[in-house]
Design a protein around this ligand. Structure first.
Ligand SMILES: [Zn+2]
Length: 179
């Protein structure tokens, strides 16, 4: 797994759907499918596999660089960390901490697993040993020293993260019924 770290895109690009409009929609859909299949629908940072709502991410942050080598699959949770302006300010579901027992990749994996099993935020925070809450600042040097925790607070409705969350919960329920 690649190391995941808090970062952000310039605010101008936060709500900009232009990322997928750089290529014509149809061409982008074909490219998107190709990358999803290449990476087997698995997030590059946490290993989460999903048939739906995975994001095709530009590794170098340049939405115009659509070379295969610049594209990777990233899940909705890791995306909130990589684009922490979205996570902290727009969606307001990500909390920042100065200390954790685990690295950012493991924080995502443990959070998702524990939440799927029904744990509350306080219980997850305790296991992760998250300490020293910190505010969001648009400063990469500052963010580099922090980790992000995705809380169970309700995200913006009808947004991609919200849609994924509902999809993930439904899938989970179906799996549990199968046993
Ligand atoms: Zn992920």
């Amino acid at each position: 797994m690649k190391p995941l770290a808090l970062s952000f895109a310039p605010p101008k690009k936060w709500r900009n759907p232009g990322q997928t409009k750089k290529l014509e929609r149809e061409k982008w859909q074909i490219l998107r499918k190709k990358i999803l299949e290449r990476d087997n629908y698995i997030c590059s940072y946490c290993g989460y596999k999903s048939e739906k709502y995975q994001i095709i991410d530009h590794i170098d942050g340049n939405p115009e660089n659509n070379e295969d080598g610049n594209l990777q699959v990233i899940c909705q949770m890791c995306n909130l960390i990589k684009h922490s302006g979205q996570g902290c300010e727009i969606q307001a579901v990500v909390d920042l901490y100065r200390k954790s027992k685990y690295n950012q990749n493991a924080i995502i994996k443990i959070t998702r697993k524990m939440r799927d099993e029904g744990s509350k935020d306080v219980e997850v925070i305790k296991v992760l040993e998250l300490k020293g809450k910190a505010p969001f600042k648009m400063d990469l040097e500052y963010l580099r020293k922090l980790v992000g925790f995705i809380s169970s607070r309700q995200p913006l409705e009808k947004d991609m993260y919200y849609n994924w969350l509902n999809y993930h919960r439904r899938e989970l329920k179906n799996e549990n019924h199968a046993f």
